[in-house]
Write a protein that binds this ligand. Structure first.
Ligand SMILES: [Zn+2]
Length: 141
């Protein structure tokens, strides 16, 4: 039996750079080209200087763990054989308070610690690629 497709992304021109970056193996975050502020989730205008000159830029891929939860319930057929998995909010190293909702991989839930150092990896779901984060020691390059 074929595996169910992941939930559709939809078509959002504001976040297209994010998904194209993930496909290329880069974590790209929207950045104001006028004042340099990173913005996530992508928006049409800079919240710092009100500029419309925004673009996706590659960031370091380094982060620390802000918080997490373990998910046991599959709310979409795609996730039935993926539960349990770890959902996490990470703070990217590139700007204070710059956070991303992601999956935590390469670690078992009892070993997870707030503030642990993480690094981005990319998981190919077929339809699209998602950035996920693993403990720095678990990153295989
Ligand atoms: Zn700005």
């Amino acid at each position: 039996m074929d595996r169910p497709a992941p939930p559709p992304l939809g078509h959002d021109p504001l976040s297209a750079f994010f998904w194209e970056g993930a496909r290329a193996g880069e974590l790209r975050i929207q950045r104001c080209q006028r004042c340099g502020t990173y913005i996530h989730l992508p928006r049409p205008i800079c919240r710092n200087c009100q500029s419309f000159d925004l673009a996706g830029e590659k960031v370091s891929g380094r982060a620390t763990l802000y918080t997490w939860t373990q998910t046991f319930k599959a709310f979409h057929p795609f996730y039935v054989d993926r539960v349990p998995f770890l959902l996490a909010t990470v703070t990217l190293a590139d700007q204070p308070g710059l956070q991303l909702l992601t999956n935590l991989v390469g670690i078992d839930e009892p070993d997870v610690r707030i503030g642990m150092e993480l690094e981005v990896q990319f998981e190919d779901l077929g339809e699209y690629v998602i950035p996920v984060f693993a403990p720095v020691a678990a990153v295989i390059s």
